[in-house]
Design a protein around this ligand. Structure first.
Ligand SMILES: NC(=O)c1ccc[n+]([C@@H]2O[C@H](COP(=O)([O-])OP(=O)(O)OC[C@H]3O[C@@H](n4cnc5c(N)ncnc54)[C@H](O)[C@@H]3O)[C@@H](O)[C@H]2O)c1
Length: 316
C-alpha cells in the first residue's frame, strides 16, 4: 500500500514524503513541479527516491488527476493534501486563481478519494483559521478568517469534514503555522522571511516593511512533518483538528538578529514596525502533545537556525 502526497515537492510535503519513505512506506507524489528532485534542491527526496513514485499533475486538471490516481487504484490508502498557494502578500494579487488551486484543487482530490475509495485524508490546514485571535488558540475556537488565504483554509476544513461525514472518509485537519528550514531558500520567500532568515544564505540589506513588533511561533519544517506523520498514524481521530507548531512565539527582530549572529554579523537587515500577518501566537499545541505524542525538537530558535544554516551551506 502507498500514501499519496499532493504537493509532495513543496517545503512541507517533501519532508512528509521523506519521513514516510525513510521508514519504508511507498509514497506517490502528485505535484505540478518537475520530478527532478536534485534540480529542485530536494536532496532529502533523492536520498529516499527508491520508495517514491512521481505523478506530474496540475490539481485543477481533473481528468489527468483522476487518470493518474486510477493508475494506482487499490494501492493508495491515504492522501495527504499539501498543495497550496501559501499565505503572503502576493496571495491577493491573483485571488480567483489562488482560491481555485487551494479549494477547488482540494475538492478534486476529495472526489478522487470518494470515487476510488481512499479511506484517509489528511488536510494540511493552517493556524490561519484562527485569524487574529490572540495567542493560546485551542482547536475548539470558532473559525475566523482575516484574509483570503485564511478563508480557503476555513472553507477547506469544512468541506473536507463534510466529505468525511457524507462519504465515510476519515478526515483529519493539521493546523500548521509559519514553517521555516531546510528545503526552502530564503531568497524564494516574502520580504519578512528574507529579512529574518536571509543572512543564513548571505543575503544583505533586505528591508521588510513590517513585522518587527510581532512574535509568531515559527516552526522548523522537520517538526511540522513529524507532527503530520503522527496525525496520519493516529487512531480514533477522525474528524479532529490538531494545532502543529513549535508552540513558542519569538519576536521577528530577535530571529533576524540571531540569524545575523550565526551568519557572522550585521547583514543590513531591517524589519519595520507592527505586524506582517494578521495572526495571533503561539498556537496551543497541548492537544497534539497529548493525543499524538507530538514533541517538537526545535523549540529554541537558535538551534533551528543553526540546523537551517547547515542545510543552506551544503547547497552552496
Ligand atoms: N509554509 C507555511 O508556513 C505553512 C503554514 C501553515 C500551513 N501551511 C500549509 O501547508 C501546506 C504545504 O505548504 P508548503 O509550505 O509546503 O507550500 P509549498 O508552496 O512549498 O508547496 C506547495 C506545493 O504545491 C504545488 N502546487 C501548487 N499549485 C499546484 C497545482 N495547481 N497542481 C499541483 N501542484 C501544485 C507546488 O508545486 C508545491 O510543490 C499548504 O496546505 C499550506 O497552506 C503552510
Amino acid at each position: 500500500m502507498s500514501i499519496a502526497i499532493f504537493g509532495g515537492l513543496g517545503h512541507v510535503g517533501s519532508w512528509v514524503a521523506h519521513d514516510l519513505a525513510a521508514r519504508g512506506e511507498d509514497v506517490v507524489i502528485f505535484d505540478a513541479g518537475s520530478g527532478d528532485y536534485a534540480a529542485l534542491g530536494l536532496d532529502h527526496l533523492v536520498a529516499v527516491s527508491d520508495r517514491l513514485a512521481f505523478e506530474p499533475v496540475d490539481v485543477l486538471d481533473v481528468h489527468t488527476l483522476f487518470e493518474r490516481i486510477r493508475a494506482h487504484h487499490g494501492r493508495i490508502e491515504a492522501i495527504v493534501w499539501g498543495v497550496a498557494v501559501i499565505a503572503g502578500p502576493t496571495f491577493a494579487q491573483r485571488p480567483f486563481r489562488n482560491i481555485q488551486i487551494n479549494t477547488v484543487g482540494m475538492l478534486n482530490a476529495l472526489e478522487a478519494a470518494r470515487i476510488f475509495e481512499i479511506g484517509t485524508f489528511v488536510n494540511l490546514s493552517s493556524g490561519a483559521v484562527y485569524g487574529d485571535l490572540p495567542g493560546g488558540q485551542t482547536e475548539d475556537l470558532p473559525a475566523k478568517a482575516t484574509d483570503l488565504y485564511g478563508a480557503t483554509k476555513v472553507a477547506n476544513e469544512a468541506l473536507a469534514l463534510q466529505y468525511g461525514e457524507t462519504y465515510g472518509i476519515d478526515v483529519r485537519n493539521a493546523r500548521l503555522y509559519f514553517v521555516y528550514g531546510p528545503g526552502r531558500m530564503p531568497s524564494r520567500m516574502h520580504p519578512l522571511y528574507r529579512a529574518m532568515f536571509g543572512a543564513l544564505e548571505g543575503l544583505r540589506d533586505v528591508a521588510s516593511p513590517s513585522g518587527g513588533d510581532q512574535a509568531l511561533d515559527w516552526t522548523h519544517v522537520r517538526d511540522t512533518a513529524k507532527g503530520i506523520v503522527a496525525l496520519l498514524d493516529a487512531r480514533n481521530v477522525s474528524g479532529e483538528a490538531f494545532n502543529i507548531s513549535s508552540g513558542v512565539a519569538v519576536n521577528h527582530r530577535n530571529i533576524m538578529q540571531a540569524a545575523e549572529r550565526i551568519a557572522g554579523g550585521d547583514h543590513g537587515m531591517s524589519i519595520g514596525p507592527g505586524s506582517y500577518f494578521l495572526r495571533g501566537a503561539p498556537l496551543d499545541i497541548s492537544k497534539a502533545k497529548q493525543l499524538l505524542n507530538f514533541t517538537p525538537r526545535f523549540t529554541e530558535i537558535e538551534e533551528g537556525l543553526r540546523d537551517y544554516a547547515d542545510w543552506i551551506n551544503k547547497q552552496r
